[in-house]
Design a protein around this ligand. Structure first.
Ligand SMILES: [Zn+2]
Length: 279
């Protein structure tokens, strides 16, 4: 299986790649900048080369870049819209520089404009950002938990935006915690089968490029985006065993975004996941 973690980059990208190698991850995700916004630090050619070398040598593939939390693609406010477009553009070029395969996007909230308008705004913003884009990194739309006025919590909504994008290189990233919070049951093999059947029917499994494997601190349909350690939330070990061993997900990389910090804790959690996956 391809398995990695969302890692911090506070010590730079080279240290982050070294950490992935140490933890024996063969996939990884990171922000390309502070997730709270602000001006992004310039990347030196040396840092970029070293990062790409380390990923190649240690078979860390794919690398996914996650967009900062501060931007809202669904907004109708012209200033915030432009801010989101510019940041996606910048992150796409940083993702390409770093040799990342994917740029993962949260769609944001419509803030009272309604879901339909919000989704149309997301498509508009992304189409502006990808105009004249020729990079390798693929845009991935991540499903949301549907909290407040968040858009993108159903497969139908993801499909709508995907169809509107004027770019062939786009797909989806399925977050198990968000999906569960939005009402997609994943607690055993039959439920996972059913959720994947729906996903395939609406979005097509061919568009599923990445999974954020996170347990959920709240029950099914809560719309609460609170990640739990694998096996310690409402999806539980049985659910994750079914997910990690599912034949339809055999070639989909998993990224853990669970509340774990130290390398020791990550090691323990990665081991637990590999055990559940039977690998
Ligand atoms: Zn996620």
């Amino acid at each position: 299986m391809r398995l990695g973690i969302h890692t911090r980059i506070n010590q730079g990208f080279v240290k982050a790649a070294e950490r992935m190698a140490r933890l024996q991850c063969n996939a990884c995700q990171m922000f390309s900048r502070s997730p709270r916004g602000g001006k992004a630090r310039a990347l030196s050619q040396e840092e970029v080369n070293q990062f790409r070398d380390l990923c190649m040598k240690n078979d860390i593939n794919p690398v996914a870049i996650h967009i900062p939390y501060v931007l809202n693609l669904a907004t109708s406010d012209p200033e915030m819209h432009q801010y989101a477009v510019d940041m996606v553009k910048e992150d796409m070029s940083r993702a390409n520089l770093l040799g990342a395969s994917y740029l993962v996007l949260h769609m944001g909230s419509h803030k009272g404009d309604g879901t339909e308008k919000g989704l149309a705004q997301v498509a508009k913003a992304l189409n502006e950002a990808i105009k004249n884009y020729h990079g390798e990194a693929m845009l991935l739309l991540e499903n949301t938990s549907g909290a407040g006025s968040e858009v993108g919590s159903t497969f139908e909504q993801l499909k709508y935006v995907l169809d509107e994008l004027k770019i062939p290189r786009a797909g989806i990233c399925f977050d198990t915690c968000h999906g569960f919070a939005a009402g997609y049951d994943l607690t055993d093999k039959a439920k996972v089968d059913e959720t994947l059947r729906k996903l395939d029917e609406v979005v097509s499994l061919a568009n599923l490029k990445l999974i954020h494997a996170n347990d959920s601190m709240f029950p099914l349909g809560s719309t609460k985006d609170r990640h739990a350690v694998i096996g310690q939330g409402y999806i539980g070990e049985k659910g994750f065993k079914a997910i990690f061993r599912h034949p339809l997900l055999k070639n989909v990389p998993f990224i853990l975004e669970i509340p774990v910090d130290s390398d020791e804790d990550w090691e323990r959690n990665l081991k637990a996941v590999r055990r559940l996956a039977g690998s």
